[in-house]
Design a binder for this molecule. Structure first.
Ligand SMILES: [Zn+2]
Length: 639
């Protein structure tokens, strides 16, 4: 464990007396604790095998009192607020379980049961939350499930609360907005393959839960472990919204893209309660998320928040994360401020962009005006102004800054070697970096040592010093996800990558719900092009469980898939959907594959070839260390 340097301590003391922060305002503590019915005192939540999926005790041990010198005081305040957890009554008929997952689940009492909004991330914690409700409020059936948007922390726990059979029998309706299924697949499908490492960095999943590790994730304390499940919606709410009565409860659904590309707000007139999805919560949003995702449409987002002001009778504003806002005037003020926070970032980025500023300039230039900077609910615990404005730039203009000097940059390893050669070599640079470290220039130190580590990945002096600088940046970060990323880098630099994640999440249920063509597309991105040169084949697929026919064709090192069987195929395989899913998840030999399928007709060699050409992605890839990657080319011929 590294201790904070004198420079980090001074920064901490400065933040403590920074008048930007409204330290005297304690309203959030009252809102976060209001209506508590039960706070569980068990040590943890477990899965069926006895593994911990949610750890109460770990956070309880250290989250109290004043901020330690290893945590930014503003982030510490926010972490204390996220530690108000358990079952809460928002108002008569509206309950939430908060702080037992990264997200909140909201229960609305209907005539004969409950309407659930957002069943958390995994089935294990969802079941735990439902039991809290049943034990302390009353056991009644779930009559409807509402997914507020497409992120897995808002649907992944669904099978912990309802079953597929209940949905198929019509006992439970599942509501989502138009485009929900498409975007779940986009966001949790192909690109998600590479995100475990980046996710772990952002959410601190491999950090110890402690004052020198994970203290908070901004949206909540952490992401839970367990089974991420999925049940497809039965009722789709279109872009015009809808007003429906479900089991005696009127709901006004409002289509509301923002934090997710499709989503909706739900207003319950009977309870004067508005659920605003993840479009507002008690910290700055992520217009861009550092785990990696396409940037969100900030203008549309601000508009979704602005349109919610039409629910003028709202007394209780609840959302997918953090705590509610209570009071008609408070809600109105809050929504206006949240709208302005997003629109400010958008408008000022576009203004500077149109003067020709490039992303790094914009990121270091834009600051909130004092009236927004002072608001706790717009502080950057999740998003930051710095990374959001870069996301807005990319949303409009893409990655290229318009300067041809950056159009065809050399790859990082060759760039680093050449730069260090100009600077007098690795040893000279590390020595200078040490001086900068002593002076507290940590941002520069991690930048220049990143160059050194591209050139010499195993340089232990550089690794140690870079790790130290990342640690100090983590201790000083107000943003939870930046802190997590810095501290994760510090660990990777000295200890390497972990074998397995601390809290394992399984995503197979989402894969199972994909269409066959989506599942086959997941094979296409595994095709190793260099091994496929000059190879061609056509394979027909006959799916026995869904009566679907499709075919895959290899040409020009590309696997294309279409519906229907091809007239001339090298092989025809009769199998179930799950085998295609399995092909995407693990390498299979032809013998293993043959044992799983029903029949292979035609040329078995084509099938063997397909299996041989598929790569399988590592569970983790390195982020901060730069050892040679799988099949990295030598670059010796690049100029
Ligand atoms: Zn969320």
């Amino acid at each position: 464990m590294r201790t904070p340097t004198q420079i980090t301590k001074l920064a901490h003391e400065k933040a403590c007396c920074d008048t930007t922060f409204d330290w005297e305002n304690k309203q959030d503590f009252e809102f976060a604790s209001r209506g508590l019915i039960h706070r569980p005192d068990d040590a943890a939540v477990y899965d069926a095998l006895g593994n911990i999926v949610w750890h109460h005790e770990a956070f309880e041990e250290f989250l109290h009192g004043d901020a330690p010198l290893t945590v930014h005081p503003s982030l510490w305040r926010h972490a204390l607020l996220n530690n108000f957890r358990g079952l809460f009554k928002v108002t008569d008929g509206i309950y939430q379980v908060r702080g037992e997952s990264l997200a909140n689940v909201t229960f609305v009492e209907s005539d004969n049961g409950y309407i659930v909004i957002d069943p958390l991330t995994t089935a294990e914690v969802a079941e735990y939350a439902l039991n809290l409700l049943f034990q302390h409020v009353g056991k009644k059936p779930i009559v409807a499930m509402i997914y507020s948007h497409t992120h897995s922390d808002h649907f992944g726990g669904v099978r912990g609360m309802i079953s597929q059979e209940e949905v198929e029998s019509g006992q439970v309706r599942v509501f989502a907005s138009e485009g929900f299924v498409e975007w779940v697949l986009k966001e949790h499908g192909l690109a998600a393959e590479g995100t475990p490492s980046r996710n772990a960095y952002m959410y601190g999943e491999n950090l110890p839960v402690s004052a020198v590790g994970l203290v908070d994730d901004g949206l909540g304390q952490a992401i839970e472990g367990g089974q991420v499940t999925y049940i497809a919606p039965t009722d789709v709410i279109g872009r015009d919204g809808a007003t429906l009565s479900i089991d005696g409860i009127e709901i006004e659904f409002m289509y509301a893209p923002g934090e997710a590309p499709t989503g909706m707000h739900c207003y319950f007139p009977k309870f004067n309660t508005l659920h605003i999805a993840d479009n507002c919560y008690m910290c700055m949003h992520n217009v861009y998320t550092i785990r990696g995702a396409f940037p969100r449409d900030a203008l549309q987002w601000a508009d979704s928040v602005a349109r919610s002001l039409r629910f003028t009778e709202t007394e209780y504003l609840v959302s997918g994360h953090n705590w509610p806002v209570f009071g008609r005037d408070e809600v109105k003020r809050f929504l206006g401020q949240q709208r302005d926070g997003i629109k400010f970032m958008h408008d000022q980025t576009l203004r500077l962009m149109n003067f020709g500023y490039v992303p790094a300039e914009i990121a270091n230039q834009i600051e909130f005006p004092p009236s927004l900077a002072r608001l706790w609910h717009l502080r950057g615990y999740y998003g930051t102004l710095k990374h959001n404005v870069r996301g807005i730039y990319v949303y409009y203009l893409g990655w290229y800054d318009g300067n041809p000097a950056t159009l065809d940059e050399l790859p990082p390893r060759i760039l680093a070697n050449k730069t260090l050669e100009y600077m007098g070599g690795v040893n000279a640079v590390v020595a200078r970096a040490r001086e900068d470290y002593e002076q507290g220039n940590y941002r520069w130190v991690v930048h220049i040592l990143n160059q050194v580590l591209w050139a010499e990945p195993e340089n232990s002096l550089a690794r140690e010093l870079a790790s130290a600088a990342h640690t100090q940046l983590g201790y000083s970060a107000e943003n939870a996800t930046w802190r997590n990323a810095y501290l994760s880098a510090a660990i990777e630099l000295t200890q390497g990558l972990p074998e397995i994640p601390k809290l394992h999440r399984v995503l197979r249920d989402v894969t199972r719900s994909m269409s066959v063509l989506h599942m086959l597309d997941a094979l296409s991105i595994r095709l190793n092009a260099s091994r496929a040169i000059d190879k061609t084949f056509v394979i027909n697929w006959i799916l026995t469980d869904s009566s679907e026919l499709s075919h895959s064709e290899l040409s020009n090192c590309v696997l294309n898939h279409r519906q229907g069987n091809a007239i001339e195929a090298d092989a025809t395989i009769t199998l179930t959907r799950s085998v295609i899913g399995q092909m995407s998840l693990e390498p299979l030999t032809i013998d293993q594959f043959t044992a799983l399928v029903e029949v292979i007709e035609g040329d078995v060699k084509a099938v063997t070839e397909l299996l041989r050409l598929l790569d399988h992605f590592p569970h983790w890839f390195p982020v901060a260390t730069h050892g040679r990657k799988f099949e990295e080319r030598s670059y010796s011929d690049l100029k």
